[in-house]
Design a protein around this ligand. Structure first.
Ligand SMILES: NC(=O)c1ccc[n+]([C@@H]2O[C@H](COP(=O)([O-])OP(=O)(O)OC[C@H]3O[C@@H](n4cnc5c(N)ncnc54)[C@H](OP(=O)(O)O)[C@@H]3O)[C@@H](O)[C@H]2O)c1
Length: 285
């Protein structure tokens, strides 16, 4: 069976639908925290079982019969949790279920030395994969376009985007990444270890995104660059917990250092078409 975790989330759900277009739904099992939310997947003929990385004992049943497992990375860090321990539990469960290959949704900037804290978890998880004894593929995803649009929107008030210096990012859509993940999971393409960066086809800054949004709405936007110290003060004033502030601030440090800038052709090659441009996600308002 093909097991997909996180199937009630944005990416996981899209992966299941893309996979169901390639293999029989009866060959797909999902591991979700809330089985009721996956009723539509059960109606497709997908096996739906409860599995929570934070409750490792739940995963044996959820992963039963696994031949290939796709682990959607946990976002536990953003909530003060331990993403690495959760990924370890998922990997152990995949191995115990007899899986021959594990796929994991990593990031193009996965590194222990990244300025963006979530990248440390991806690097640590890739090291766990390398030591797991299973064949593994780390899907090195580009930065989500939806995250960029949300950041640009949040930083824009009264037609001014106010942010510290950033860098360009090869924003990538959930839909394209899900399509590629399903193709790789189904065995249409094989990667041993990390894939090349799976990215969109253009690299844009947050101000570029704000400008595209403004153009779409037939308005204009001004770009005000604030210092890192001013930005950190603003994060503190919003009362964000330190681990959340570190992620928000880290984005600017890492993008400025070019960690998310690379545009690579591998995603287009897997999809057999150009990746979706971020501007097509912006509806006129
Ligand atoms: N490439 C990027 O730029 C980027 C940006 C942001 C995040 N990410 C990573 O990509 C992942 C998928 O993104 P997304 O947009 O699909 O996020 P999402 O909609 O929040 O989905 C995350 C999924 O992870 C599941 N999950 C969380 N904790 C879990 C646990 N303890 N055990 C099992 N499953 C758990 C959630 O389950 P429930 O449905 O039960 O909540 C959800 O289905 C995120 O979790 C994050 O690690 C990547």
């Amino acid at each position: 069976m093909f097991i997909v975790t996180g199937a009630n989330g944005q990416l996981g759900r899209l992966i299941v639908h893309a996979l169901a277009a390639r293999v029989s739904p009866g060959q797909i099992g999902v591991s979700v925290r809330d089985v009721a939310k996956a009723a539509d997947l059960a109606a497709l003929g997908v096996r739906v079982r409860h599995g929570d990385f934070a409750e490792p004992e739940s995963l044996g049943h959820a992963f039963e019969g696994a031949r290939r497992v796709l682990i959607v990375s946990s976002n536990a860090r953003a909530y003060g949790g331990d993403s690495r321990a959760q990924h370890r539990a998922a990997l152990d469960a995949a191995r115990d279920a007899g899986a021959e290959r594990v796929l994991y949704t990593s990031h193009m900037a996965a590194s222990a030395t990244s300025a963006f804290p979530p990248m440390h978890d991806h690097a640590a998880t890739e090291a766990m994969l390398a030591g797991s004894g299973m064949k593994w593929t780390s899907l090195r995803h580009g930065f989500y376009a939806s995250s960029g649009l949300a950041m640009a929107r949040q930083a824009t008030h009264d037609d001014v985007i106010t942010i510290p210096a950033d860098g360009v990012v090869s924003w990538t859509t959930h839909g394209d990444l899900a399509e590629a993940a399903a193709a790789i999971l189904a065995g249409e393409h094989t990667f041993e270890g990390p894939t090349p960066p799976l990215t969109g086809s253009e690299a844009l800054s947050l101000a570029d995104l704000a400008t595209i949004r403004a153009d779409t709405a037939q308005t204009s936007v001004r770009h005000d660059v604030i210092s890192d110290a001013q930005y950190r003060e603003r994060l503190a004033a919003r009362g964000l917990p330190p681990h959340v502030a570190a992620i928000a601030y880290g984005f600017f440090l890492a993008s400025r250092a070019g960690e998310f800038a690379r545009v690579d052709g591998e995603l287009a090659s897997i999809l057999g078409r150009a990746p979706t441009r971020v501007r097509t996600l912006i509806a006129p308002s």
